[in-house]
Write a protein of this length. Structure first.
Length: 405
């Protein structure tokens, strides 16, 4: 039996590994193996797009363990902050939150209660409620405008008003593991590329774009297969997407700059959300989480989200780099502090979780011998993650085995 797996991200690699014992597997991937977890480096290796994991990421942690990397998984407290009017404010301990000047005490209490309440709510019940409507009703206009709108605009841009309240509630409930000094997150010391390398071992990976046709079986690049497991973004299916009756899902694009700097930008803060009008919406200073000795330089991500048709995504790498460095100056980092900057982009980095998105989640089996898994699968609702991708890869493999073996 021959099975084609399209896409060599975490989901595709996991599905291929699970099926390799039972069938001849060929993986098609024209881009970097690892997908959004692919790495880059000169003398070191680091993800092109920032990554970390959480204590509740059971499927990811099991995969790390199965690949013999559990001893390299490090858990640390990562500090967060908010940049307003050119200044970065830490928001971790109760004392730091109380000192934050852009929110009243009443609003701070509301926000704390909301965080606790969100963990008990069934976020799927709010799939048809807009996130702005939900925040306004629960927390009021002040918190919506001063705290949440900058986050929503930086994450979803012009699509912020279309996003479902379920996305926010699910994100708070699933990803909150706060300690007194900050949030605890995990990372594989020296990079997730080690996990990708283990997961790809023994797999036949063809570095070509998959052209899929419906024939007596399934034809991929002129070769016949008994089944296809498609794990790439749905727009890459082309005309086949409509013939399979798949839903129309809006995607956002990611633009991530990795900066090698002579000094730290955010002192000891790992993640800073930007309230000011800037070309990027978040700063993730990796070497405030992992030791700078692992890299020999301060490593800082600047994250921005767009759409495939957006103005930022259409700019050249040099234009984006110049724009980002210009905005870094507003936060006190001079151009001479920047040793180098690399721009990475993903055209389809994730769905926009708009109102009613739950009805668009794709089933694993969409036609005889054709399966879909990945960002539009149930494990990646209401927020995509490494854990959700590995779980989707495992579950689609189980569906294929149930049907064909």
């Amino acid at each position: 039996m021959k099975i084609a797996v399209v896409g060599a991200g975490l989901c595709g690699l996991k599905a291929a590994r699970e099926l390799a014992e039972f069938a001849e597997i060929r993986v098609f991937e024209p881009h970097d193996v690892g997908g959004l977890v692919a790495s880059w480096g000169e003398g070191f290796s680091i993800e092109k797009f920032y990554h970390h994991c959480f204590r509740d990421d059971r499927f990811l942690i099991d995969e790390i363990r199965n690949c013999g990397l559990k001893s390299k998984l490090v858990w640390k407290i990562a500090k967060t902050g908010f940049a307003v009017d050119g200044r970065i404010y830490p928001l971790n301990t109760p004392f730091e939150i109380l000192r934050y000047p852009y929110m009243s005490l009443v609003d701070k209490i509301k926000l704390a209660k909301f965080t606790i309440k969100s963990r008990r709510m069934n976020y799927e019940d709010f799939d048809d409620v807009g996130v702005i409507e939900g925040i306004r009703k629960e927390l009021g206009e002040n918190l919506l405008e001063k705290f949440f709108m900058p986050l929503l605009r930086s994450k979803f841009g012009e699509n912020a008003e279309e996003v479902s309240y379920a996305w926010l509630l699910g994100r708070v409930a699933i990803r909150s593991n706060r300690k007194f000094a900050g949030e605890e997150i995990g990372y594989i010391r020296h990079g997730f590329h080690q996990l990708i390398e283990k997961m790809r071992e023994g797999l036949d990976i063809v570095r070509e774009r998959a052209k899929i046709k419906r024939a007596k079986k399934w034809d991929v690049n002129g070769e016949s297969f008994d089944a296809v497991v498609f794990t790439a973004p749905l727009p890459e299916l082309g005309e086949l997407k409509e013939r399979l009756g798949l839903p129309e899902i809006k995607y956002q694009s990611s633009i991530c700059a990795l900066v090698g700097a002579k000094r730290s930008l955010t002192d000891d803060i790992y993640w800073v959300n930007i309230a000011d009008e800037m070309s990027f919406g978040a700063i993730i200073e990796h070497t405030n989480f992992m030791p700078i000795e692992d890299y020999g330089i301060h490593l800082i991500y600047l994250a921005s989200y767009s759409t495939p048709e957006g103005w930022l995504f259409s700019m050249s790498d040099d234009e984006i780099a110049k724009l980002f460095v210009g905005d870094l100056r507003k936060l006190g980092m001079d151009e001479k502090d920047v040793r180098w900057i690399r721009i990475f982009r993903a055209k389809y980095s994730g769905p926009i979780y708009e109102k009613g998105y739950a009805r668009k989640i794709t089933p694993y089996k969409v036609a005889d011998g054709f399966y879909i898994a990945g960002m539009t699968s149930k494990p990646n609702y209401p927020e995509r993650s490494m854990n959700g991708s590995i779980r989707a890869g495992l579950e689609v493999a189980e569906e294929v085995k149930k049907d064909l073996l």
